[in-house]
Design a protein around this ligand. Structure first.
Ligand code: 5AD
Ligand code: FES
Length: 349
């Protein structure tokens, strides 16, 4: 098994069967071996820097009905909210003063925010904070909408593909959502010129080792600048209420494999990871992640953006999250940095 990790370290790709062997057969000794190599390679590209992105969850209305998601449209118990443009600008102001130079506008797929409204928000943020990067995470849109947001100044786009297997996708989503459309969106975003982030959940219902091996091959094909991975965590008001959550160990192992597969990728240690273990985000960094995304949303709405149960950071002010993460990163020998943290293509792959 160690020889497979050595091979991955050298070649940055394995066959599906090789990935599968690692995913089904790993233990804590092999994980430590992987994590050491993941840290070494990440430090070649990014040193001990951890990039921060200020996350603004600006709407929890969603027209979709993903089976795993707490803000799916059928969840009548979700108390819905929208932030106005002024609310969003205030979040950015607070974030800017705290040192953030990337803002992530994330929301459900909410038709209230027309292309006109979105481009207005984007151009206001970018003209007020020209030294900041703006990331959008608002789901599947038409090519022309993505183009309009890009022309208004958006730099990056996060759209997790959720699973690389179309059959598995259809077990996690209602039939009106299509895997192919989601993948087409990712290629549209890339072609337009965005820095693109895809991603998936670890331990989602019906996921197999074969699916996880396919994830790594998919990542290699798409070659995104960012990859968001977190454990699946059940939400009590969804059809998956009684499903088991993804484990800390497997999520960390996947983070390590992603780091060796895409050495210079921007890889967040996610809130979901911090939710399943008190030191989850620290462990994520030590497994090869290099980004954290503290929450900048107003405290009044935090508890309403509940994608899964027991989400952390829902009672804390932006400044508390910012300094909490800074302390956590320092405790493991890493430094939070406040530059834009653009993707650095230092390797040929
Ligand atoms: N558990 C973990 N992650 C979830 N997401 C949505 N619901 C859950 C859940 N129950 C993730 C999805 C989505 C991102 C915004 O949050 O991957 O793309
Ligand atoms: Fe909102 Fe899936 S329920 S994107």
């Amino acid at each position: 098994m160690k020889t497979l990790i050595d091979k991955l370290e050298k070649e940055h790709i394995l066959s599906k069967d090789e990935y599968k062997t690692l995913i089904t057969g790993y233990d804590s000794g092999l994980s430590d071996y992987l994590f050491q190599k993941a840290r070494d390679i990440r430090e070649k590209a990014y040193g001990k820097k951890v990039y921060t992105r200020g996350l603004i969850e600006f709407t929890n209305f969603c027209k979709n009905d993903c089976l795993y998601c707490g803000i799916r449209r059928s969840n009548r118990n979700s108390e819905r909210y929208r932030l106005s443009k002024d609310d969003i600008m205030l979040c950015c102001k607070e974030g800017y003063e705290l040192g953030f130079r990337t803002f992530v506008l994330q929301g459900g797929e909410d038709p209230f925010y027309t292309d006109e409204l979105m481009t207005d928000i984007i151009s206001s943020v970018k003209s007020t904070y020209p030294d900041c990067a703006l990331t959008l995470s608002i789901g599947e849109k038409e090519h022309k909408s993505y183009q309009a947001y890009f022309d208004a100044g958006a730099d990056r786009y996060l759209l997790r593909h959720e699973t690389a297997d179309p059959g598995h996708y259809s077990m996690l989503h209602p039939s009106e959502l299509s895997w192919q459309n989601r993948i087409n969106c990712l290629y549209d975003l890339k072609a337009i010129g965005y820095q693109v982030g895809c991603g998936f959940m670890v331990g989602s219902p019906y996921q197999t080792a074969d699916d996880l091996a396919k994830e790594l091959l998919f990542l290699k094909r798409l070659d995104p600048q960012m990859v968001g991975i977190g454990p699946f965590i059940a939400h009590h008001d969804t059809p998956f209420a009684n499903e088991k959550s993804g484990t800390l160990e497997l999520t960390l192992f996947m983070l390590g494999l992603v780091r060796l597969t895409l050495p210079d990728v921007l890889l967040p240690s996610t809130t979901a990871l911090g939710t399943i273990h008190p030191l989850g985000r620290e462990k994520g960094i030590l497994a090869g992640a290099n980004v954290v995304m503290p929450n900048l949303s107003p405290v009044s709405v935090r508890k309403k953006y509940m994608l899964y149960d027991n989400k952390i950071c829902t009672g804390d002010e932006a400044a508390e999250c910012r300094y909490c993460l800074q302390k956590r990163m320092e405790s493991i020998g890493y430094q939070v940095v406040t530059d834009r943290g653009d993707h650095k293509p230092l390797f040929n792959h």
